[in-house]
Every structure is written in structure tokens, then in C-alpha cells.
Design a protein around this ligand. Sequence first.
Ligand SMILES: *Cc1c(COP(=O)(O)O)cnc(C)c1O
Length: 386
Amino acid sequence: MRIETLLLHNGNELDPQTGASSVPIYQASTFHQFDIDKPGQFDYSRSGNPTRQALEDTIAKLEGGCRGFAFASGMAAISTVFLLLSKGDHIIVSQDVYGGTYRILTQVLSRFGIDSTFVNTTKTEAITQALRPNTKAIYIETPSNPTLKVTDLSEIVRIAKENKLLSIVDNTFLTPYYQRPLAFGFDIVVHSATKFLGGHSDVVAGLVAVRDEQLADQMKTLQNAFGAVLGVQDSWLILRGLKTLQARLDISSKNAEKLAVWLQEHKEVEKVYYTGLEEHEGHRIQCKQASGHGAVLSFDVGSGEKVRQLLQKIRLPIVAVSLGSVESILSYPALMSHAAMPKEVRLKHGITDGLLRFSVGLENVEDLMEDLSQALDSKVSFAVAR
Ligand SMILES: *Cc1c(COP(=O)(O)O)cnc(C)c1O
């Protein structure tokens, strides 16, 4: 079955007992054992719960993995995956990885003797130069945030296989609807399901899908041991969000593409980052490995003052961190997601004081353009403000 159908028919669309049209929320922490010599499938909800299980089976199917795991947040999912590493291990990581991922590696795992090197994973030489005898894993994000650098999935798998590394990818920005890294040979896919999979800015959740049974057993042990599992109500909300993933992404990505082209022509905009634009550095590789470009773009208005002016005047998008929701979300990386990064490093990565990230929602695209127009064009008040 194709992904559009799998989103709705994946074995978890009905309650087999009653025929109910959605998975019941099993609000229970423990399970009665009818025969102590024949333990049931579930015993305690940290170890397993039928509602969470339905979500875990669903993400495994969607990503083409053998098993899935649901966590209390994207960071809980990512942190639990990192527990596959041991003291003395080294990991290579995409340079512009999510801030929380950078933090757990540099502030927490470093204290447990796990070293990380951050490199531009769009360049093969940068990766091979960072290899050490104790390198055990490579972790990438593609496209990356906020300048949407595209890493070649096949190339990472090749390097990983050659050097016996575990390959891990954060697939939050594209979701399995547009990109399925396990099919390229990746070992583990992680998600912040808070974003597109949930899709309504109302749940914090994380998901993992793995390629083979051995890894699945290890992840199962770590999930149960660490215990950062997703609650049942939130599991149900992610299952509900997934049903409309196609519809939401089709519309918001189409909107994003139109906005990217429109912003490029706008005289107040200096640069637009969107992998759907032919001139984007990663366009060709993105087209090769993903079936769409997603709903996130970034654009540079030239200065922090212009950003402030725009954010004051904009009416439709909410101004917030996060992305991937039904409503448009504008964020300001310099003061939000990348505030902790030293300014020189931030500027080197193209995260200037004029850069805004736009997670495009389901609004009418012309309304979004009109709103951006009035917010970008208000030269008069800008002159006064100065
Ligand atoms: C938000 C995000 C995370 C972290 O997920 P949480 O659900 O906020 O813990 C990880 N990776 C990416 C790419 C994200 O956007």
C-alpha cells in the first residue's frame, strides 16, 4: 500500500473488540494477569500500553521499519536513542542540528564520556575527516534548520556501512509522507511528533522507528529502562493527527512553494531558503531522495530592525518556536532556536539577524501574501522607528 492509504489503513484504524472507529484510550497503568503462568501481552504501561502500541506500530509501518517507539517528547526519543552509545564512544553529528540535540550531546552525554563532533554533513570529506577509531554513529538532520541544508541520505549510508557506524536521522521536517530514510538503509529514524505528525500545536511527543529486530530489542529495553514514554491521551492525539498528514502537508507545502517564489521577488527580501527553489544548493539531492519539499522556508529581510517591524505588523502567523502545524508559525532563529549559539558561529551558518523561519500553514496563500506584504512594505513607520 502507498503512504496515503497507509496513513488511514495500517491495522490500527479499528478497535478489534468493538469495531469502534478509533483506537480506545486505555487509561490504565497496570494490567490484571488472568494466569500468572501465562503473562498477558501487557503488564505495566511504562513497558507497554495498547493505545501507545497502536501509535508505535503505525510509525513503524509508515517509516517502513520493523518496530516503533513513542516517547514523551522529541528530545526524550532522541536522548533514549543516544543511550545506545557507551562511555568512550564518539558520534558525528550534523553541524546545524536541533538545539536540544546539541545540548544533550555537549552538556550531558559529554559528562558520561561520549564525544561528539559537529560537521557539515553535506560534505563527504568533512565526515571522513571526523572519523575516529571509536566513532560508533552518525546522526543527521535533513533538511536542516533553519537554512534547509540537504544531506545526501545514500552517501551517509555508504559511509556508515563502510565504517560500521549506526546511522540515525531526524526526519521531523519532512515526515514519512515525503522522505523514508530506512528505505535508503538508515538504521534509526527519530521524530519530534510535536510538529507535523501531531500537526495542531497541541501535543509534545517523540517517535522512533528502527530497521532491524536486534536494534528494536535494544530500543525496547532502553525505552522501558529510561521510562520517558508517551501518555495514552497524547498517543491518541498523534494517531488522530496522522490521519490528516497527507491533506495538511499537500496544502501547506503548496502554500510554502508559492510563498517562496513570491518572497524571492519581493524587494524587501534579500534571500529565500526553500529546497523547492531550483537555485537552492540542495535542490537536486532533495528531489532525488524526497517526494516533496515540505512546508518550512526561511527568508532574510536584512536586519534585526526589519524583523522587529515585520513581527509587530504581521497578523496571521503566530510568532513562536515550533513548526508543522495547521496554522502558520513565524520564528526568529537569532533570538529563539539559536539564541544560545555564539554570534560569530551563528552568522557563519547564515543565521543572520534578519533571518525568519516560516512554517506555512493551511491559510489561503493570498491572505498570507497580503499579510506579509503589509508587514514588509510599511517603510514609513520603519523610518519613524529609526
Ligand atoms: C522540535 C524538534 C525536536 C525536539 O522535539 P520536542 O518534541 O520539542 O522535544 C527535534 N528535532 C527537530 C528537527 C525539531 O524540530
